[in-house]
Design a protein around this ligand. Structure first.
Ligand code: AMP
Ligand code: ZN
Length: 114
């Protein structure tokens, strides 16, 4: 855990969030500013600042995030489609420096993203 990290504090239940999934390695909760009818954030418990900071040992965890996204998409009835996104760094608009996968669904989406 990183002492100053918002998502580490959510994982530790020091800051409230609408948790939708938890296991020993990963947790997921509702985004506080949803950009779609379903907007969840799926995070590793291990503090990693961004996708730029992953190492070889993080392969399983990265796959795990996508597997949890697929499971939550089924639970949220997103059979019409959904999007998973990892924003990395300044140009991509990453605002929280704890790796997280966005799961967005429940509306039509445009491509390319903004
Ligand atoms: P990113 O911009 O990719 O780093 O995504 C960070 C996301 O965290 C944004 O979509 C925010 O709305 C969301 N967020 C920020 N603070 C909270 C919070 N306390 N609880 C839930 N989601 C949050
Ligand atoms: Zn953290």
């Amino acid at each position: 855990m990183s002492a100053d990290c918002l998502f580490c504090k959510i994982a530790a239940k020091q800051i409230p969030a609408k948790m939708v999934y938890e296991d020993p390695d990963v947790f997921a909760f509702e985004d506080i500013g949803p950009q779609a009818p379903t907007h969840l954030l799926i995070c590793p418990r291990k503090h990693i600042a961004s996708l730029e900071d992953v190492t070889d040992g993080d392969e399983l965890m990265l796959g795990h995030l996508q597997m949890v996204a697929a499971k939550l998409a089924r639970e949220k009835n997103l059979q019409q489609g959904f999007r998973t996104v990892i924003n990395t760094g300044q140009n991509a608009g990453q605002s929280v420096l704890h790796l997280h996968l966005h799961l967005l669904g429940g509306r039509n989406m445009r491509w390319p993203p903004g």
